[in-house]
Design a protein around this ligand. Structure first.
Ligand code: UD1
Length: 424
């Protein structure tokens, strides 16, 4: 186990490059299963979640090779169809092999990923959608067991909520189903458009990309492809908040301002200078940020994955902010850790009231998930003295070379063994 030692006080300044999105790359990797042959993905981030997904694809029979940011997945004609618990539990996103396996093999046994520190994360919409496509789907002995021995059939499917994972699983099954599928109330995250574009390059017929309704005309088979992963808007947003919080000046190259409109608008309200450019964006702040109210919602709403960062920003802002979490009920859990740094946050159900303080004070804290970990590091950067962030493996799941990038921006952050923690 390792931890980060963060010494507060630096203003982050300079340029930082953002690579492809974790939440896209993992799904693009799963989508390669839909076509026999070698697909190549570029700009895949160097994070542990990608390692885990590579292991899972290997277990399913694919040959996975990796060099720098490029991954090649060579998919055999016949795949294994069981995703075992010991792999799935490390990576909830592995549930997204369910749709591709069912479409390719007519069968999929995927272990239930279980809960994690941000909430219950149900699978009811994934299951209902695949059932509408004609599959028999049951939950048995800790597995989602799906069968469609005679293939899938196009259907009209309406999601109760625009779930990212359910949209992806149903879409990846529908592209090889017989006939037309209409999926209504789909998630509109840029990562969904990314996977749609890749599937189209593989020969899938999809209309309505970027809207709330996807129209899929099933095809018999798909071909392998080569694809560049969409840049990570959550990592980009993390750097944008970091610039504002530390009263710094950061240029994020490869960041897409158009995927962060609401976030950047909020940062402008907080007092930051925000300048979108052709290859990224710049965020600078000279004084103390003003408090900003935020309501998390599916895209294009404010992303839940940036909620911990914005709570951290408000903890040192001028004024009081109300943060409303609408996507994951337990995502405020990390606030207990933030309170150890002196943050004044009161939780009432899915609302948090954050009263800004001039300064936080460094203390040992524990990262409870990827984004909470990043939020705690940002808080450590504006805390007096030393903040020790343990369970850093959570941050490694989503932020490539976080410490290196922070250091190059002028932060005093080091990684070290954690003598107090042996597991988590
Ligand atoms: C993805 C992202 C995650 C992000 C989230 C919301 C990946 C790997 N992860 O997660 O970083 O925070 O989108 O933007 O891409 N739900 C159900 N039943 C279902 C499906 C979802 O109740 O069948 C609920 C979940 O419990 C949750 C909410 O819907 O409360 C949103 O979940 P969803 O959009 O599916 O998120 P993920 O795909 O798991």
């Amino acid at each position: 186990m390792e931890r980060l030692r963060v010494i507060g006080g630096a203003s982050l300044r300079g340029s930082v490059h953002v690579s492809g999105a974790k939440n896209s790359a993992l799904k693009l990797m799963a989508a390669t299963l839909l076509a026999e042959g070698a697909s190549t993905l570029h700009d895949v981030p160097a994070i542990t979640d990608v390692d885990y997904m590579g292991e899972l694809l290997t277990r399913l029979g694919a040959h996975v090779s990796r060099a720098d940011g490029t991954i090649t997945v060579d998919v055999p004609e016949k795949l294994a169809h069981e995703a075992p618990y010991e792999l799935v539990r490390r990576l909830r996103a592995s549930i997204c092999v369910l749709g591709p396996l069912l479409a390719r093999c007519g069968a999929a046994d995927v272990a239930l990923p279980g809960g994690d520190a941000i909430g219950s994360r149900g699978l009811d919409m994934h299951i209902a959608g695949l059932q509408r496509l004609g599959a028999e789907v049951n939950v048995e002995h800790g597995f989602v067991v799906a069968r469609a021995p005679h293939g899938l059939k196009g259907a009209m499917i309406g999601l109760d909520f625009p779930s990212v994972g359910a949209t992806e699983n149903i879409l990846m099954a529908a592209v090889l189903a017989e006939g037309e599928t209409v999926i209504d109330n789909v998630a509109r995250e840029p990562e969904i458009a990314d996977i749609c574009h890749m599937l189209r390059d593989m020969g899938a017929q999809i209309e309505g990309i970027g809207t709330s309704t996807l129209y899929v005309h099933g095809v018999e088979s798909l071909r392998p492809t080569e694809h560049v992963t969409v840049p990570d808007r959550i990592v980009t947003g993390t750097w944008a908040v970091a610039a504002a919080m530390t009263r710094g000046d950061i240029t994020v190259t490869n960041g897409r301002a158009e995927h962060l409109e609401l976030v950047l608008d909020k940062l402008s309200t907080a007092g930051a200078v925000v300048e979108p450019g052709p290859d990224g964006l710049r965020v600078a702040m000279s004084g103390r940020p003003r408090a900003i109210d935020v309501v998390t919602l599916p895209y294009p709403g404010f992303p839940t994955d940036l909620q911990p960062m914005v709570v951290a920003l408000n903890a040192v802002a001028q004024g009081t902010a109300m943060i409303t979490e609408n996507v994951y009920e337990a995502r405020f859990m990390f606030v207990n850790e933030l309170a150890r740094l002196g943050a004044e946050v009161r939780i009432d159900g899915h609302h948090a009231v954050v009263r800004g303080r001039e300064k936080l004070s460094g203390a040992p804290v524990v990262a409870t998930d990827i984004r909470a970990g990043a939020g705690l590091v940002l808080a450590g950067l504006v805390a007096e003295g030393e903040t020790l962030v343990s369970a850093v493996h959570h941050i490694d799941r989503g932020y490539p070379d976080f410490v290196g990038q922070l250091s190059r921006l002028g932060a005093d952050v080091t990684r070290e063994p954690d003598p107090d923690r042996f597991d988590n």
